[in-house]
Design a protein around this ligand. Structure first.
Ligand SMILES: [Zn+2]
Ligand SMILES: [Zn+2]
Length: 166
């Protein structure tokens, strides 16, 4: 499945480079292949590691950054700002989904919602062709909720014990 997607996105990149008379450098194609080998979000560091370890193809930070910027322009990659970190994501075959973000630990999970898809689908736009969407839902994940509960419980116990000590 993903191999088909890889072939399609490579064609998009080739088309763009030819149209704009840019050189078809192996870097761009190797980076694109690596990007489409991730199954979720990834950071610049993770991409850099993948390229040098799995592809044996180390690429400078500047080249990586510029190439990702091009991919974002071509709508092959989407850039996320999650709290303090920047993450990227291959989006050609995955351009409509929701993210739930824990505001305590920063954990990001993806959720698919047919209801939201339908709502966006039927949402009127002004002089605009919809290509996809990214939705962020903020809240508290279950493990942070458990942590909060435990903290509240120990606080309560202390409060109960205090009057006895006096
Ligand atoms: Zn959390
Ligand atoms: Zn995502």
């Amino acid at each position: 499945m993903r191999e088909n997607v890889k072939a399609t996105v490579k064609n998009i990149l080739t088309g763009y480079l030819e149209l704009n008379q840019h050189r078809k450098t192996p870097e761009r194609f190797t980076i694109l292949d690596a990007v489409y080998s991730f199954s979720g979000h990834f950071s610049l560091e993770e991409l850099s590691d993948k390229l040098s370890i799995e592809y044996n193809f180390p690429v400078s930070r500047a080249t990586l950054y510029n190439t990702l910027r091009l991919f974002v322009e071509l709508r092959l990659v989407v850039r996320h700002r999650f709290q303090s970190t920047t993450k990227y994501e291959a989006c050609y075959d995955n351009n409509s989904h929701c993210h739930q973000i824990c505001t305590m630990c920063g954990k990001v999970t993806e959720v698919k919602s047919p209801q939201v898809n339908e709502a966006i689908e039927s949402m009127p736009t002004r002089r605009f062709r919809k290509d996809g969407f990214t939705l962020y839902v903020y809240g508290i994940c279950s493990s942070c909720q458990a942590k909060l509960r435990r903290r509240a419980e120990t606080k309560n116990k202390k409060n109960i014990q205090k009057p006895n000590k006096k």
